[in-house]
Write a protein that binds this ligand. Structure first.
Ligand SMILES: Cc1ncc(COP(=O)(O)O)c(C=O)c1O
Length: 406
């Protein structure tokens, strides 16, 4: 038997899985964050699309404080009125008839994949188990989620791949149609706009096509709108931009709770028909604190003025960023994404660029395909957007100077 070698303790005693920026964040308000030295930063990360209404939105703070005085937690063996209220809001606004509440996006994905396979069993086709995902996607870190996304960096070293998960190539229509026509296929899972993959948006026509093929072949369509949903693209959900592409199952999280941990798996009554008493559950999922905050967040985010702001300020960003791309072709090679899920594909290494942006007191997120992502709060003002562009311009200048000095 081999004994594991003594672990190298990290000085902070935190498991070393995060590539953290050297910034200790203490306080936040709106799109502004302050570090432990009192330095202010413009936050275009927003908890990676999670603080949809910025930090400490007064309505969310009020909802949390009021609920904290009433009831924190109660088991799901009792009715939880806040769940019923939020489920009502979500089903009224979407294709869905039922909702399962979770604490995270990954758990919503887990529920979606289980719901899909269970549907086919309940439907008399237990052989339908194959799940097809897409290259470049990200669905979370559970075994099912990493296998559905198939990113080698996330699956390697964790033992054998789970059976029944395959990735399709974005744009390989022949391969996609063949996978859907396969008689053992259970579901297709897709992010309408890939987040971690570098803000890659599937075209509206492609979403409509995917829906048409899955409908024709009795395959369930699952959307992962954990990052692209809750107003991020300027509509409540990214697939709302397409004309006839409503899914059978959809995962939501991140901005759903505006920073409080909550996720949801939404499904049509038909797709959820296998999810009967006892087949799934959660201790904390949908607890009263989470529901109170999420209800307040939903009401703010679903306002037309919030969504219109994302479309308008998002349009300004794209126009200005394309201007920067023209002036700094040695730094920026592409601008992509939708609304406030914006990807800037770079020449310099994205991590270096993020550091240079931080020097300008601007926080941006990394992304696949050597992108940085701008994921500001949905209520970012045009003045704050202007400030972000000015800081990005200085960041491009600094990146150019650094390349020249190398
Ligand atoms: C598209 C997508 N799906 C799923 C997840 C996983 O969500 P969580 O980290 O809340 O488990 C993420 C997280 O970044 C995501 O962006």
């Amino acid at each position: 038997m081999t004994t594991p070698t003594a672990p190298t303790a990290t000085p902070d005693h935190i498991m070393g899985v995060y590539n953290r920026a050297p910034l200790a964040v203490e306080r936040g308000l709106g799109a502004r964050l302050w570090d432990d030295k009192g330095q202010a930063y413009l936050d275009c990360v927003a908890g990676i699309a999670t603080n949809g209404l910025g930090h400490c939105h007064p309505r969310l703070v009020e909802a949390l404080k009021t609920q904290a005085d009433k009831l924190w937690h109660v088991s799901n063996i009792f009715r939880i009125p806040g769940q019923e209220e939020l489920a009502g809001r979500l089903t009224d606004a979407t294709f869905a008839d039922v909702v399962f509440f979770t604490n995270s996006g990954t758990e919503a994905i887990e529920c979606a994949l289980k719901t899909a396979r269970k549907y086919h069993t309940a439907n008399g086709s237990p052989e339908r188990v194959e799940i097809f995902g897409f290259d470049g996607s990200f669905h979370g870190r559970s075994y099912a989620a990493i296998n559905a996304a198939g990113n080698p960096g996330y699956v390697e070293g964790f033992g054998p791949r789970l059976p029944g998960y395959t990735q399709l190539k974005w744009g390989d229509y022949e391969g996609i149609e063949a996978a859907i026509a396969n008689p053992t296929t259970a579901a297709i899972i897709v992010e309408p706009v890939q987040g971690e993959g570098g803000a890659r948006a599937m075209s509206e026509a492609d979403l409509d096509q995917l829906r048409a093929w899955t409908r024709e072949h009795g395959v369930l369509l699952i959307y992962d709108e954990v990052q692209s949903g809750m107003g991020r693209t300027g509509k409540l959900f990214a697939h709302d931009w397409a004309s006839d592409a409503a899914p059978d199952i959809m995962c939501v999280a991140k901005a759903l709770g505006g920073g409080f941990p909550v996720g949801a798996c939404l499904a049509s009554a038909e797709a959820a028909k296998g999810m009967t008493v006892g087949v799934h559950g959660s201790t904390f999922g949908g607890n009263p604190l989470a529901m109170a905050v999420a209800l307040a967040a939903f009401d703010e985010i679903s306002k037309e003025e919030t969504l219109a702001n994302v479309r308008e300020v998002g349009g300004y960003f794209v126009q200005q960023l394309n201007g920067l791309k023209d002036r700094f072709p040695d730094i920026i090679v592409d601008i992509r994404g939708k609304g406030f899920l914006i990807g800037i594909k770079l020449v310099p290494v994205n991590r270096e660029f993020m550091g240079l942006a931080r020097d300008q007191h601007l926080l941006v997120a990394g992304g696949g395909d050597n992108c940085v992502r701008l994921l500001p709060p949905l209520n970012l003002t045009i003045e704050e957007a202007r400030e972000a562009i000015e800081k990005l311009e200085k960041t491009c200048e600094a990146a150019r100077a650094k390349a020249a000095a190398a």
